[in-house]
Structures are given as C-alpha cells and as structure tokens.
Design a protein around this ligand. Structure first.
Ligand code: MN
Length: 473
C-alpha cells in the first residue's frame, strides 16, 4: 500500500514534556487518518524540531518509492526559515493540513501552556508564508481532522497523489502518428514527459499485426466466450468479431510486454490490420487502460491518470469526442461518440456487438459495441498544448438519457447538457481552446481536476454554473 508521510512541525523551545505531547498527539492523529482515508496509509514521522530534521524527513519522503505525498501540520510554532532547505528538496506532493488536536476550546481550563501546545493558527500561518514564498505546489485543507469534510478532502488528495505517482512512470504507445493536419490532438511529447512523466513513443502498426498473426485459436475462442457473456451478440458476422478478439489478445500481449499504460491508434495507419480496432479497444478501455484515437496521446495519457485517480469510486472514466447537437431552443443537447471507440463503462444497459462498414479508412467493416449512455453528473476534461504551456479545460456536464431512440446510429453514444447553459458552456469551451477530444468522468468532479492542476502547476479553465461570459470573453 502506498503511503502519505504525516509530518508534525515544532521546535526545541518548548521542552521535553511538550514535545512528547506533540509526538503523542500526532501519532494518534496519523493513526486515525490512516484508517479513515483508506486508500493509502498515513504514516507518522518523528516530530521535526530543526532545519536538519526537516531536511532529513523531506529527503526520506522524496526517496521512498512507497511515499506518494506528505501531510504537514504545525502543532506548535515552527519557525519557517528552518523549512527552506527541506521544502526545496521535497519532490512529493504536499497537503498542508491546518487542523488541531482538540476540536473545542477548553474554556474553563485553558491557560498559557495549552496555548503554547496548540497554536497551529499561529504556526501554520508561518509555515504557509514560506510555502507561498517558495512557490511550493500544495493543497491546503482546513478544519478539525476528524470531521467528514476534512477526511474527504484528504482522501481526494490521496487519490490525486496516487495518480501523480503513477503518472510519473507512465509509458504511452502511439500506433502510428497524429492524424494528418489535426492541431489540437498534437503536442510536445518531450514536454509531456518533463511535466507529467509520460514517456510517449511511436510503434508501427505492423508490430501489432505481427502479434495478431501469432494469436492462437483457443485464445480467440476464450475471448469470444467472454464477449458472449458480457455483451449481446447482434450480428451474424462472427468472423469480423473474431478479428477484434484477435486484436484484443494481441493488444493486451503488447501492453503487458511493453508495460504500456495508455495507447493511441489512427485509422490513417493500419498497415497489416483488416479492421480499425473497435470492440478490442472498447473492452480494454473498460479496465482503465488509457486510449484515445487519431494519435491523441495527451487524451490517452490523461485518461489513464484519471482512471487511476478514480479507482475504487463508482462511475466511469474514459475518452469521448464531441460530435453533434440537438439545437432545440432551450433544450439543447450534445451528442458525443466516436467512430467506434466509446468505453462500455458509460453504458446504461448491456452493450450490443454490431458490425457495420466504416465510411473512412478503407478497411473491412469493424465490430464494435453499441449502447446508450447512462444519465448522471460528470466532468469533461481536455488537455491542450498552448505552445509554451499546457492548459486543462474542465466542464461540468450533465449526462442525460437520449430523448429518442437512434436505431440507425451504428456507434455507442452519450448525450449531455452543457453548463451553465448551452450557449455559455459551448462558447467558453471554444474560447478556452478545449479540444473535440476529452476525458469524461462520472467518478471524478471538478475539485479532483483542480487538485491535479494545482499539484502539476497546470493552467486550468473551469466551466460550471458560475461561469458567465457577458462580453463573450
Ligand atoms: Mn476523434
């Protein structure tokens, strides 16, 4: 299990008795949070009293592969010049917990000793100043540490810290390049690795075709049994479905051998493959492996990171594309889909396997999952490369049940309402340069994305019910 270090700041001024209390209280608090947060262990560290101890614990956290972040808290006053060297060395995300060991004030007994022991209102301000001055990326959570709201905020931090730890070692495969001439899906792969840790590399579709050629009949049969159990078989073209089964077995073999966390393909470069991978990719996406089409490595990688963040929560997270609208005045809806690759995590009911021709790409009709999306609150998150920086655009959206059946539409689809209203939501997204590809999640909310942006120092545009564009800017 990954862990967060719980670091309590103090100083030597108070004497052994007070420091022993500080240690005892901190240990109890870390123990409580460890149980309450759940996803990671919260590991108490000996109280730090001077510059050397602070530097040592920050170095230890930075070097510990199981440590995904630190929680810092000043039980007493801890002069912040002592923190400069340690904070400069700290390479893990930080949560500054502004809390107290006591919830209420002991009005009838409070004396100067109590005040000296419990002075985070004082000490955390001193600590906060130096963090701000040093530009330390951090989350600040305020409140009594046992309150549900505070525990929930720490849990959110833990989810993001685990996701960032994962992000730092991620490997992304591009089968083929970026779709020709497309701007927003392209990006600076070197910068992506510097900022987010994504190692993004090209592989030839022929490499995959070679693995496909080696897939055994029994493996295809087992995959077909899995499909039959999970999905409704709404086609007689068994061979076309078996072709996708082969792709899935081959893709999983490749993913395991190359330790891949996210991948892309493109319909423009499918040498050696008879179909565009559809069903195969859909079934793999459902496991949380990142994917995006047309060589959009940023969306694929972001999907993998956000899936890791959302692990253990209810709801789905996957790649989506804005497609078309119902512009009925006052009831505007967006229809989102893709050529094939929509994840079944969004399905309202059992998806069906269908085979239809694909109008572009010049390949054989591919098998794909077709379904309607389930209703619910969600976010759509897009990462774009602005040339000198990345930008995240995060929109609150409301998934809705399609108002009518679409029997002729041969792909899975989601429908949603934009926030705060159609015109403002769409104009804001377009003004912000948001892509036509996004990661949609019903498991995460804007606060999760805000935290990811904060801890990676990524520019963020949020679109929600408070968004106004009175001057169109
Ligand atoms: Mn697309």
């Amino acid at each position: 299990m990954k862990k967060l270090y719980f670091i309590t700041g103090s100083q030597d001024l108070y004497g052994e008795e007070t420091l022993a209390r500080v240690a005892e209280d901190g240990r109890e608090m870390a123990g409580y949070l460890s149980g309450a947060v759940g996803r990671v262990a919260v590991e108490w560290q000996p109280v730090v009293r001077n510059s050397d101890e602070i530097f040592a614990v920050c170095m230890k956290a930075s070097a510990d592969p199981d440590c995904v972040g630190v929680i810092t808290w000043m039980h007493t006053f801890s002069p912040a010049k002592m923190w400069i060297r340690g904070l400069q060395a700290l390479a893990k995300p930080m949560l500054h917990l502004h809390t107290q060991y006591n919830e209420k004030l002991p009005y009838s007994t409070i004396d100067m000793d109590f005040m000296n022991l419990n002075q985070s209102a004082h000490g955390d301000r001193e600590f906060g100043y130096i963090c701000t001055r040093l530009g330390v990326r951090r989350e600040i959570v305020v409140g009594y540490y046992r309150h549900a709201r505070v525990v929930a905020a720490i849990r959110k931090f833990a989810d993001t810290a685990v996701a960032l730890d994962f992000s730092r070692g991620m490997r992304v495969a591009m089968f083929g390049g970026n779709m020709r001439d497309v701007a927003v899906t392209d990006g600076d792969r070197v910068e992506s690795e510097i900022r987010y840790g994504w190692s993004v590399n090209y592989y030839g579709p022929g490499d995959l075709a070679d693995i496909v050629a080696g897939v055994k009949k029994e493996e295809v049969k087992a995959k077909m049994r899995e499909y039959a159990a999970k999905y409704e078989m709404r086609t007689d073209l068994t061979e076309a479905v078996e072709e996708q089964a082969k792709y899935e077995v081959a893709l999983r073999r490749f993913i395991e051998a190359e330790r891949i966390n996210a991948f892309t393909d493109t319909f423009q470069d499918l040498h050696g493959l008879r179909q565009l991978p559809g069903l195969a990719v859909q079934n793999i996406m459902a496991d949380g492996t990142g994917f995006a089409a047309e060589g959009d490595y940023k969306t694929a990688a972001l999907m993998a990171v956000l899936c890791r963040m959302a692990e253990g929560r209810t709801g789905g997270t996957a790649f989506m594309e804005d497609y078309t609208y119902d512009l009925t005045e006052g009831g505007e809806l967006e229809l989102a889909s893709h050529m094939l690759e929509v994840s079944p995590v969004f399905a309202a009911s059992r998806p069906a396997i269908e085979v239809h021709p694909l109008s572009i790409g010049g390949k054989e009709p591919p098998a794909r999952l077709v379904f309607d999306g389930a209703p619910g609150k969600a976010v759509a998150v897009s990462m774009v490369d602005m040339g000198d920086r990345y930008r995240l655009v995060c929109a609150d959206i409301e998934l809705v049940t399609p108002p009518e059946a679409m029997p002729k539409l041969p792909v899975a689809r989601l429908m949603w309402k934009l926030r705060p209203d159609f015109a403002t939501g769409a104009a804001a997204w377009i003004r912000a340069g948001g892509a036509h590809h996004a990661v949609v999640s019903t498991a995460l909310d804007a606060a999760d994305i805000r935290l990811f942006a904060k801890l990676t120092d990524t520019e963020l545009v949020e679109i929600n019910d408070r968004t106004e564009m009175p001057f169109g800017i």
